[in-house]
Design a protein around this ligand. Structure first.
Ligand SMILES: NC(=O)c1ccc[n+]([C@@H]2O[C@H](COP(=O)([O-])OP(=O)(O)OC[C@H]3O[C@@H](n4cnc5c(N)ncnc54)[C@H](OP(=O)(O)O)[C@@H]3O)[C@@H](O)[C@H]2O)c1
Length: 238
């Protein structure tokens, strides 16, 4: 993906200090994207930004919480400083309880937090960026889904509900903004801090985030129709 103007495309990636967000940021930087990155923890974010800048990309790393409207506006302002917004990846995520708990024990505050981070903040960021996404030749939104959005796994109810709601926001956004690509992507299981916090006793082997990133690169290269995609299927079909 390149801008018609010859300027490099610009992506905002939330939750980019580690895990999938960081791996995706490194991959996009290697492909010539300029990047605006966020996470709450400033030190890990700065470290990630240094690694990403090593690929030659322009990088702005803004520590903050995606639930903060002022922070979301700052992310979009930073992207505009690079020339616009071509891609928003809402990757930051909250589990609602760590470890996960059955619905009978899930604190309602945890459910509210999962909805705020995973769902409400996603729409807030996309709305902030929408005028520039509409102005991009290849405006794209990627939201991170989970198989817990579709399957009824014990203890995954609060997180799964927030991801199901996010999937529906993505689906309706695609209908309302047909000139954008909107992909809800289930990355499949990955060995990350999020999974370890969700189910600490499960130490079965899982793919590293970097192994999943080629699925996202494939979407960006091939630009299929808006919809819900599974990274393992995208990787298998290569
Ligand atoms: N890992 C899996 O098996 C799996 C499976 C299905 C779907 N997913 C989804 O894939 C995405 C990436 O997950 P991951 O496993 O890579 O997670 P991770 O390694 O735990 O990384 C999460 C990132 O989000 C940031 N973050 C969390 N809350 C934030 C907030 N409120 N505001 C800003 N940044 C925030 C974290 O940094 P700070 O904590 O410093 O803010 C970190 O950079 C998530 O949407 C997750 O739901 C993961």
């Amino acid at each position: 993906m390149t801008r018609e103007t010859g300027v490099m495309p610009v992506a905002i990636i939330t939750g980019a200090s580690k895990g999938l967000g960081r791996a995706l940021a490194e991959a996009l930087a290697g492909r010539g994207w300029d990047l605006v990155l966020d996470a709450r923890g400033g030190r890990a974010l700065a470290e990630a930004a240094r690694a990403v800048a090593g690929y030659g990309a322009r990088v702005e790393a803004l520590p903050g919480d995606v639930t903060d409207a002022g922070h979301r506006a700052a992310l979009v302002r930073a992207a505009r400083g690079f020339g616009g917004v071509d891609l928003v990846v809402h990757n930051a995520s909250a589990l609602g309880a760590e470890p996960l708990r059955r619905l009978a024990e899930l604190p309602l505050e945890g459910l509210r937090r999962a909805l705020e981070v995973n769902t409400v903040a996603a729409l807030g960021l996309v709305r902030e960026a929408l005028p520039w996404l509409r102005g991009s030749a290849e405006g794209t939104v990627i939201t991170l889904s989970s198989d817990a959005a579709e399957e009824a796994y014990e203890t995954w109810g609060g997180y799964g509900a927030s991801k199901a709601a996010l999937d529906q926001l993505a689906a309706v956004l695609a209908v309302e903004e047909p000139w954008l690509r909107v992909w809800a992507v289930d990355p499949g299981d990955m060995a990350t801090d999020l999974y370890a916090a969700a189910v600490p006793e499960d130490d079965s082997p899982r793919p590293a985030p970097a192994d999943v990133v080629p699925a996202f690169v494939r979407l960006l290269d091939e630009r299929p129709a808006s919809g819900r995609y599974s990274a393992p299927s995208l990787l298998e079909a290569r």
